[in-house]
Design a protein around this ligand. Structure first.
Ligand SMILES: Cc1cc2nc3c(=O)[nH]c(=O)nc-3n(C[C@H](O)[C@H](O)[C@H](O)COP(=O)(O)OP(=O)(O)OC[C@H]3O[C@@H](n4cnc5c(N)ncnc54)[C@H](O)[C@@H]3O)c2cc1C
Length: 307
């Protein structure tokens, strides 16, 4: 069970930052609470008593999103359900509806923030690989001498290990900013222990854009979660596909570059096999989302022989 001496609900960022800076050690920020509440139960942290909980879900500056100069700025309180229901977000972030449909259930998605998912920094977090693939940056604020001071960090530098980030005392994540991927095809693949409400064992995200004649890969974004302490962007596989013809051979050649990425301590062989199949399927599904079909899987043997 989770309880606390004080439960604060600031309405402005300045108020939240002041409360957070002055909170006694052991206090916590809470956004949707979907990581914090299950953490305070038997079998995990058990009974937890915190001095102060600062619930930032009502902070105005953390709500909503903007699109400008090819980037989408998502306020820290944007929840996963919005990626399914908001047409503009679906247009600019075409992998996110695929990610969100696999994410928990309707009730959790209404509460769970993308920022909370990133700060929690689980190796299996579903929201992190898409943000890596979309060149995500994390915006952070703190109070200094009574003024709000801000900094931005690449999402790939923000997470430093399982449950670890570069956030310092008194800092709050205010937004996550990503490339607009409007016009790309998007896909998200996930495998877990069961079909529903499942935490990923491995997940993969892919975004593709083709040349004007649909014959070659113009841009490809690939990222994986669950295979290592921190999700990874597949830079080599992306580079190997750019400019290549849209064919099963090109895809299988790119998949080969990603097979030895698995760093997990458990089930490495299984994860390696899953990873290769996943990347191939993610690229194929992103192409299908773009409106282009790869050669049928029965021609895979022939394609493999050519790679
Ligand atoms: C039933 C269930 C199913 C789930 N399924 C999935 C799933 O399929 N995939 C998946 O990836 N996750 C899943 N989760 C985990 C969880 O929903 C996500 O990690 C969620 O996105 C966390 O966001 P939150 O707003 O609830 O964070 P909270 O629980 O409120 O906070 C999480 C952490 O982030 C910190 N924090 C939150 N916001 C900020 C901020 N703005 N600045 C600084 N620190 C902040 C908090 O202090 C805390 O340490 C599931 C959880 C449950 C209970």
């Amino acid at each position: 069970m989770l309880n606390c001496d004080q439960y604060l609900m600031p309405e402005t960022l300045e108020e939240a930052l002041a409360q957070w800076a002055g909170a006694p050690e052991g206090s916590r920020l809470l956004a949707g609470g979907t990581d914090i509440l299950p953490w305070a139960r038997e079998g995990r942290a058990g009974h937890v008593h915190l001095p102060v909980i600062i619930d930032i879900s009502r902070v105005k500056e953390l709500r909503g999103y903007d699109v400008a100069d090819g980037r989408v700025r998502l306020g820290a309180n944007v929840v996963f359900q919005q990626f399914l229901t908001d047409d503009e977000l679906r247009h600019h972030l075409p992998c996110m509806p695929h990610c969100s449909i696999w994410f928990a259930d309707d009730q959790i998605r209404e509460q769970a923030t993308l920022a909370g998912n990133i700060v929690n920094a689980s190796p299996a977090a579903d929201g992190v690989p898409p943000v890596f693939a979309m060149n995500g940056t994390v915006e952070i604020a703190r109070l200094e001498g009574g003024s709000i001071v801000r900094r931005s960090v690449s999402s790939r530098d923000f997470i430093t290990g399982p449950g670890r980030t570069i956030l310092e005392a008194g800092e709050i994540v205010t937004a996550v900013t990503c490339d607009s991927m409007a016009g790309y095809g998007g896909a998200f693949e996930k495998v877990g222990q069961r079909r529903s409400l499942v935490i990923s064992v491995v997940c993969a995200v892919c975004l593709v854009k083709l040349s004007a004649d649909d014959k070659t890969f113009a841009d490809v974004r690939l990222s994986l979660g669950g295979i290592s302490p921190v999700p990874v962007r597949l830079d080599a596989a992306e580079a190997s596909l750019k400019g290549q013809p849209v064919s099963r051979e090109s895809v299988l050649a790119a998949v080969k570059t990603a097979g030895d990425l698995v760093r997990s301590r458990t089930r490495r062989e299984y994860r390696g096999e899953v990873v290769r199949g996943f990347i191939e399927r993610a690229i194929e599904d992103a192409l299908a989302d773009y409106g282009v079909a790869l050669s049928p899987p029965e021609m895979k043997e022939a394609a493999l022989a050519n790679t």
